[in-house]
Structure formats: structure tokens, C-alpha cells
Ligand binder design. Structure first.
Ligand code: SF4
Length: 849
């Protein structure tokens, strides 16, 4: 392992001023792990081929981070696909993609491990390898390059990625990853050749090394055959129980808004409902529940170490968790103590919405509810084995509205096997009925995606509808639903085609991915980034016809993923496919008998329910409802404090809105008695001064906080500082007298100093303004706000201004009525130079008397 290749001070910092959301690249979050290099012998970079805010919302990434870092001799860091602005800058400055923790190039790690979650991240994998200075093809790597590995749901269908990845790890990481990394560590210590290391690793059950197997490919055949002695199929590794399994107890808390900005606790892995379209329902069998006591403990630890406001109980079907009610009651009881935590479960079946469950799920924040009927007619719901009747769907919706939820989100799919226009009309009918239950004032939204047949499911042989047909069916629904005041969201038709092509592709698909990357495709899961024309070109140049790729596969054909075994028998999947065509449902094996998928292994692996809850009696429902009331009846604040804090170093790149959360969570972790606003959505009573532009340092930032218990201001400062990220520090805390004016109303001037960065000083000389020259006062400055341009006199906006060689000093006037002039505006107007060329800091403030 070499020293960091990036000198952060001279390179990265100057780039951060030029990109959107620089917090994506900072690292140093609460929970991030730093180790002593002298004690580490294996360096792993966990690579997520999407933006930071997506990757950091993924519990699996945090789990892997914990799993590896538990070993004192191994160090896992993180890297994410940069946004296009940062990618362009890295290429322009000839800098490699780096890890967040130490800012090391990806090429400098021993192992780079990709988390493959969805097909539309494919170009991100190649882009990260390329930006990280790792040869993109496995066959081009040598001993000096990192070992590139991958896991996650797409590893169960590895062929489209086979040319890029050295080894796939199939199954539960807790079972396989530590063993695998031990093999790598040993090989590194012995100086083994790459080939020998891979041979050793391939001996582990669950490891697939694509270079040891060669595909036999024809139009109708895609069979993986042995090239070496390694045996096929590769059997997935399965963790038999979640009890006592590794879990991130002190999660990394991002310092910026991420997609799922909350604590996630996995309560159960696997789902036995058997929806025939759902890959997760097959590749994660059997169903294993984490014991209630453990979930409660993880939730308490996670909340107290993070300060999160929301806890999400993760599973594929939360209501199937046998201890869901006791769990919710215990969590609500714990949450009532802190009075500001929302409990959510992202996936709950509508037939499970019993009143007692809804009562427990009810929180002070009446967040929206999501249900997924998937199909509009009973016939089609039987085909997909959804196991929901219209009565259950409407009954669930009625209960949701009666219990006070004002927002409902529905999920449907089009293009399901055997679907006709009558089934589409069924979607419209169902939405009309739900709309009549909701009344016009409730917020109803509907996401309609297109079915993609996924490997290892009973629908893996099905045809996928093509782009034209997707558009026709979307238009049909759009025409029928446009007057219903339902917010409709359709997935882009061509993104579904790409997903389908890659989902069932063979090794030839890697040429498409590589070409799409070369043409500039990135972040294809983001609608504003998807470039269908480039993907069309890539498919065409790689000789792949999307129409042919989406066709049905003959039942007798060899499928490109048949060398990977989930444990479910092919006969079971075939039988389910035949039952689907005859509209026969299969009962789940929780409430019904075993249906013979063959995942369970007698004596070794089976469905595991949470043990009976041995805890003291849970509070009565009435008490729980009362707790929700308590949340909206906060005590009156007893004390208001004004804190002066600094933003220094990399912390100057934290956005103003993110700072509010950083402070709030720090105050929660510090156990400060925070006062909240009243209402259904109580917010901490924190009031910040005017926003500071990103990239400016300051020791004169202010926030007023209200507490429900009077404390010594110094003790508040001392409690808060250890909980704040590096570079943010409270310098002063003073008690405000009742009726004190807000920060915004009290500020008179804010003073700044801007100094040209040394590397730009010879190129740009700044003119010295003689002190007696006051002509600037009568000049006008242009202001551009929200695309509107206005003019104002400098004298009105500035109370002081001077320009010396390489240096500007000025004070902007503050007014409670209109936003002050921004430092960047002053610098651009005064010098004609890009403010990014300056080191700027706020040097003082003055107050109205
Ligand atoms: S083997 Fe039987 S009990 Fe086990 S998951 Fe499959 S269907 Fe259910």
C-alpha cells in the first residue's frame, strides 16, 4: 500500500469549489473508520457504482464496511461514482478516483469490491475502474492491480459483468466475505501470483471466477462450461440465522441529504410469499427473522449513536415478521422517551394492514403510505401470485385513510405475462375506486413500472414487451387517468429495455456495457442522465439486437445464469411458470405447507421465526396513541441560547441545509433537552443565521437553539463539540434574554477577506484602490437571483470595501427584509475573476444596537 496519491490540500480542495454538492467527496462522517496503517495488511475499497447519496442509503454497504473493519488487520474504505462535473475535473486534472477515507486511488487498494444492485449501474462499474486507474478488463490486470470482486443481486447473473470482474461472491456476505479476504490476505503475504490466488479463492463455495469458465454461445444457447477443474454450479452461500449476525452498530451518518436519510435495521431476510416476478423473493430464501430483542437493541444503539429522526425496519415484507407487533410496541415505547423518532417500514403488504399494526405504525409525522397491488385485475394478480384480492386492497386503503394518512402511493406494473388491455383497464378501475375512498383532498400518486423478467424466478423464460408496446400501454393508462388528479410516474420505456437486455444477457452483453461507457453513458438509473440514443448505438455496434434479447426463452434452452445455484430447483420454477399460465396461485410456506422449492436443508437451513419475546408486557395501544399526542404537545422552551461556531477546512463545503441536520443530530447525541415546534411534524427549534456560501471559511456563524430545560451555556458548548464533525466547532454560547431579536434581524454587517490562491497570484494582479478613491460607492452592481437580474448601488450593499494586491476586504450590509449581497457576487463584480480562485473567509460580524 502506497501513501495517498492525492495531495488533498493542493488538488481536491480546489476542485471542491467547482462541483455541485462537494459533501459527496469529503468523507470524515460520523462512524467512518480510520485505522493505523502500521497495523493493516489488507486494504479493501468498497465501490458503489452510483452517487454517494444512493450508495450511502444502502444498508448492505454499511454492513460490508462493518464486516471487514471488524478485522483489525483489514481496512475497508468507500468510493462512489462521481457526478459528471467531478468526473470531468478528475480527468482534466489527471487525478484518479479516490476513496473517501484516505483519498487513495482505487488502483492503490488490494481489493476493490463492487456492490451490484441494479442493471442500470453497469456503466458506473466500468467508469469507476477506468477513473480509478484499474484496467477495465480482468484479463488485462496483473499482480500489481487490485483484485476486482463483486457481490449483490446481480452477482446471481454475473455473465454481463464477467469480463470486468475477477471473482463474484454469491450469497450472504457474512458467510463468505471474511473467508475470501483471508485467502487474499494470505496470498498477498506469500507474494502469490494473481492466477494462483484466484485458483485458491475459487475453491471456496460461493466464489465464481469467470476466467476459469468459458461460455459456449450461439443464438439459442448460452452455456457456461468448465475451462479448469473448478466445479459448477456455483452454490450460493447462505447465513442460516440472523441471530447474533454482524450488523453496523454505529452506522456512518452522512453529512448531506441522502436518498434514505435514516437508521435502517434489517429485521428479516427472505420472503416466502412467492410473487413470481420478484427476484428478491427467490434469491434470498428461506425467511430468517432477527430476534425482536436484537432488533430493539440495534435500534436503540443506532439511534443513540447517530441522532437519526427515523428508523426504518427493513425486510421484503415487514408484516410477515412474526414479532412485528411486540417489536413496534417496544420501539414506540423507546421512541416515546426521546419523543422525536418516526418508525417506518418500507415494504408492507396491504392485506397485513390490521388496525393494531396501523396504530403502532402511526407516528407524529403523518408520512405517506405505500402499497403495491402490482396488477389491476384478480386474474393477473393470480398469474403473478400476488395473493391479494380487491377487497383486501380497498379495505387496506380505507383503513389507511381512516387512520389519518393523507398521502398514498400506489405501485403497478405493466407488461406482466399474459397481460391484456382488459388488465390495464383493471388498473384504471382500481385507482378510480381508491380515489373515491380517498376523497379529492388526499394526495394520491401512482408509479407504473414495466415488468422485466428476472433470472432465478418463474418468469425467467418470459417475453418482455418492447419499447413501442410499453409506450402504447403507458399512453393508454395516461389517457384514462389524466382527469383523476392522480400524480402518475412512468419509468422511461428505453431504460426498461436496457434493464431487460442486461438482466438476461450473456457474456456478450459486456461489449454493450463497455461501448455505452465509452460513448459517455453514466448514472443511467437517473432519468435526467439516461441517454437512450447512446445505448442504442452501443447495442448496435456490439451486434446486440434488443428485440431478440427481450424474446421469450425456450424452456429447454440453457440460460446464461444456470451455472449459479440459488438452491431453488429448476423444476419448482418450471412448475410455478406453468401454474402462472393457468392462473393457479401457490400459497406461501409461512401460513401454508412447504411448496417444495428445495432451498431448505433439513437440519441446516430452514425458515426461522423470531423466538418468543421474553420482555416485560408492552404498553397498551391507548398508551401508544397517547404518545403520539405527546409529540404534538411540547413543553414551552425554557431557555434560548445563541451559539457562535466556526466552519473550517473541509467543513466549509457543508451546505447550509445540511448543517441544520448536522447540528440537530449532534444535539440529540449530546442528549440536550431540545425544544420542538408544535403540530404534526414537530421540528427542533433551531434558527440559523444567513447561509454562508459553500467554500468560505468562517468563525462567525450563528445558530439559536431552544431548550426545554435551562443549562449552563458552557456545558452546552462542551457537550455539543465532541459530536460535531471535524472543522465545525462551537466557540461561544450565550443565553438570550426573552424577546431577543433573531440572528437575521440583529445582524448589521458581515465582513469578508478574499486572498488570491498562491497558484493564481502571478497570473492575476489585482489593482490597488487608493484609500481616498470612493468612486466605487456610486457604481452599480448587478445581482442575479433566480434568473432575474437587478441592479443596486454598491454603497447600499457594502459598508466597507478595499482592494490590495492579491487581497480584497469588504463588509456587506445585512437587512431583515432582503438577502445580503453574496461574497462571490462582490468578488466577481470587483475583480472580474472567478471566486474559486480565492481563499475566502468571513472575518467578523457587527450587530445592530
Ligand atoms: S423448501 Fe419449502 S419451506 Fe423451505 S422455503 Fe422452500 S417452499 Fe418454503
Amino acid at each position: 500500500m502506497n501513501n495517498p496519491v492525492i495531495d488533498l490540500a493542493t488538488h481536491l480542495e480546489s476542485l471542491l469549489t467547482l462541483v455541485e454538492k462537494p459533501a459527496r467527496y469529503l468523507g470524515g462522517e460520523l462512524g467512518a473508520i480510520y485505522k493505523d496503517d502500521s497495523k493493516v495488511s489488507l486494504y479493501v475499497c468498497l465501490a458503489f457504482p452510483d452517487l454517494y447519496e444512493v450508495g450511502m442509503s444502502h444498508l448492505g454497504l454499511q454492513l460490508l464496511y462493518e464486516l471487514i473493519n471488524l478485522n483489525p488487520r483489514m481496512w475497508a474504505e468507500r468510493a462512489f461514482l462521481p457526478q459528471s462535473d467531478m468526473e470531468a475535473l478528475l480527468r482534466r486534472e489527471k487525478l484518479p478516483l479516490f476513496s473517501l477515507e484516505t483519498k487513495r486511488a482505487l488502483s492503490d487498494f488490494d481489493v476493490v469490491g463492487f456492490s451490484l444492485q441494479y442493471e442500470l449501474c453497469a456503466t458506473g462499474v466500468v467508469a469507476m475502474l477506468d477513473l480509478g486507474r484499474i484496467p477495465i478488463f480482468s484479463k488485462e490486470r496483473s499482480k500489481s492491480n487490485p483484485l476486482v470482486i463483486a457481490g449483490g443481486p446481480l452477482a446471481y447473473q454475473p455473465e454481463p459483468f464477467a469480463d470486468f470482474i475477477d471473482a463474484f461472491l454469491i450469497g450472504d456476505a457474512e458467510e463468505l466475505l471474511p473467508e475470501f479476504l483471508e485467502v487474499v490476505q494470505k496470498a498477498k503475504a506469500q507474494g502469490n501470483e494473481r492466477e494462483d490466488l484466484l485458483k485458491e479463492a475459487a475453491k471456496l463455495s460461493g466464489v465464481y471466477v469467470p476466467s476459469f469458465h468459458k461460455p459456449h454461445l450461439t443464438d439459442n444457447r448460452s452455456e457456461i462450461i468448465h475451462k479448469d477443474k473448478a466445479s459448477l454450479p456455483i452454490k450460493r452461500r447462505v447465513l442460516s440465522s440472523l441471530a447474533g449476525a454482524v450488523f453496523p452498530r454505529r452506522p456512518i451518518v452522512p453529512n448531506m441529504q441522502v436518498v434514505h436519510d435514516r437508521l435502517s435495521v434489517e429485521i428479516m431476510r427472505g420472503c416466502l410469499r412467492g410473487c413470481r416476478f420478484c427476484q428478491a423473493g427467490y434469491i434470498y430464501r428461506p425467511q430468517r427473522e432477527r430476534p425482536v430483542n436484537e432488533v430493539v437493541k440495534l435500534a436503540e444503539e443506532g439511534l443513540s449513536s447517530s441522532g437519526y429522526e427515523e428508523i426504518s425496519l427493513l425486510s421484503l415484507s415487514s408484516a410477515d415478521y412474526s414479532g412485528i407487533l411486540p417489536l413496534l410496541k417496544r420501539l414506540k415505547k423507546g421512541c416515546a422517551a426521546t419523543q422525536d423518532v418516526t418508525i417506518s417500514f418500507p415494504s408492507i403488504r396491504v392485506d397485513a394492514l390490521r388496525e393494531d399494526l396501523l396504530n403502532c405504525a402511526k407516528t407524529a409525522k403523518r408520512a405517506g403510505f405505500t402499497i403495491a397491488p402490482e396488477a389491476g385485475t384478480q386474474r393477473l394478480r393470480n398469474v403473478i401470485n400476488k395473493g391479494l384480492s380487491e377487497e383486501q386492497i380497498l379495505g387496506g386503503c380505507r383503513r389507511i385513510f381512516e387512520m389519518g394518512w393523507s398521502r398514498l402511493k400506489l405501485y403497478f406494473m405493466i407488461g406482466l405475462p399474459t397481460e391484456t388491455d382488459e388488465d390495464l383497464a383493471g388498473i384504471v378501475d382500481l385507482i378510480v375506486k381508491i380515489r373515491s375512498l380517498s376523497g379529492p383532498r388526499r394526495d394520491l400518486s401512482c408509479t407504473i413500472s414495466t415488468f422485466v423478467p428476472k433470472p432465478h424466478t418463474p418468469f425467467q423464460w418470459c417475453e418482455q414487451i418492447g419499447e413501442e408496446e410499453i409506450v402504447r400501454r403507458q399512453q393508454l393508462l395516461l389517457g384514462e387517468l389524466k382527469n383523476l388528479r392522480v400524480k402518475l410516474r412512468f419509468h422511461d420505456p428505453f431504460s426498461t429495455v436496457i434493464e431487460g437486455v442486461l438482466a438476461r444477457g450473456d457474456r456478450r452483453a459486456s461489449a454493450v456495457i463497455k461501448r455505452a461507457f465509452e460513448l459517455g453513458c453514466r448514472l443511467d438509473a437517473w432519468p435526467d442522465k439516461l441517454q437512450p440514443e447512446l445505448w442504442r448505438q452501443a447495442m448496435s455496434e456490439a451486434g446486440l439486437c434488443p428485440h431478440a434479447a427481450l424474446k421469450a426463452r425456450p424452456l429447454e434452452s440453457k440460460l446464461p445464469w444456470e451455472h449459479i445455484s440459488t438452491g431453488i430447483s429448476k423444476d419448482f420454477l418450471l412448475n410455478e411458470w406453468q401454474r402462472a399460465q393457468t392462473e393457479v396461485t401457490t400459497k406461501d410456506c409461512i401460513s401454508g405447507p412447504c411448496s417444495g422449492c428445495q432451498v431448505c436443508v433439513p437440519g441446516a437451513l430452514t425458515n426461522l421465526r423470531s423466538p418468543a419475546d421474553p420482555t416485560p408486557p408492552a404498553p397498551q395501544l391507548e398508551t401508544l396513541q397517547h404518545n403520539a399526542v405527546l409529540l404534538s404537545q411540547q413543553p414551552t422552551p425554557l431557555q434560548n441560547l445563541r451559539l457562535r461556531y466556526q466552519k473550517k477546512g473541509l467543513a466549509r463545503f457543508h451546505a447550509h441545509l445540511d448543517l441544520a441536520k448536522i447540528f440537530f443530530r449532534a444535539a440529540k447525541r449530546a442528549r440536550l433537552p431540545i425544544a420542538y415546534s408544535n403540530g404534526f411534524n414537530p421540528q427542533p427549534r433551531f434558527s440559523f443565521g444567513p447561509p454562508l456560501q459553500l467554500g468560505i471559511e468562517s468563525s462567525f456563524e450563528f445558530v439559536d437553539i431552544a431548550l426545554v430545560k435551562a443549562l449552563n451555556p458552557k456545558s452546552v458548548l462542551e457537550a455539543l463539540n465532541p459530536e460535531l464533525p471535524d472543522g465545525i466547532c462551537v466557540l461561544e454560547a450565550e443565553e438570550l434574554t426573552p424577546g431577543s431579536a433573531s440572528i437575521q434581524a440583529s445582524l448589521k454587517d458581515q465582513s469578508y477577506e478574499a486572498v488570491l490562491l498562491p497558484q493564481h497570484q502571478t497570473k492575476h494582479a489585482l489593482i490597488v484602490t487608493p484609500p481616498q478613491d470612493t468612486s466605487w460607492r456610486t457604481k452599480r452592481i448587478l445581482r442575479v437571483r433566480k434568473n432575474k437580474t437587478s441592479e443596486m448601488l454598491w454603497e447600499e450593499a457594502l459598508s466597507d470595501f478595499s482592494m490590495k494586491p492579491q487581497r480584497l476586504q469588504f463588509s456587506v450590509r445585512c437587512s431583515p427584509d432582503q438577502p445580503a449581497l453574496k461574497p462571490f457576487e462582490v468578488i466577481s463584480a470587483a475583480t472580474g475573476l472567478d471566486p474559486a480562485l480565492f481563499n475566502i473567509h468571513k472575518s467578523n460580524v457587527s450587530w445592530r444596537t
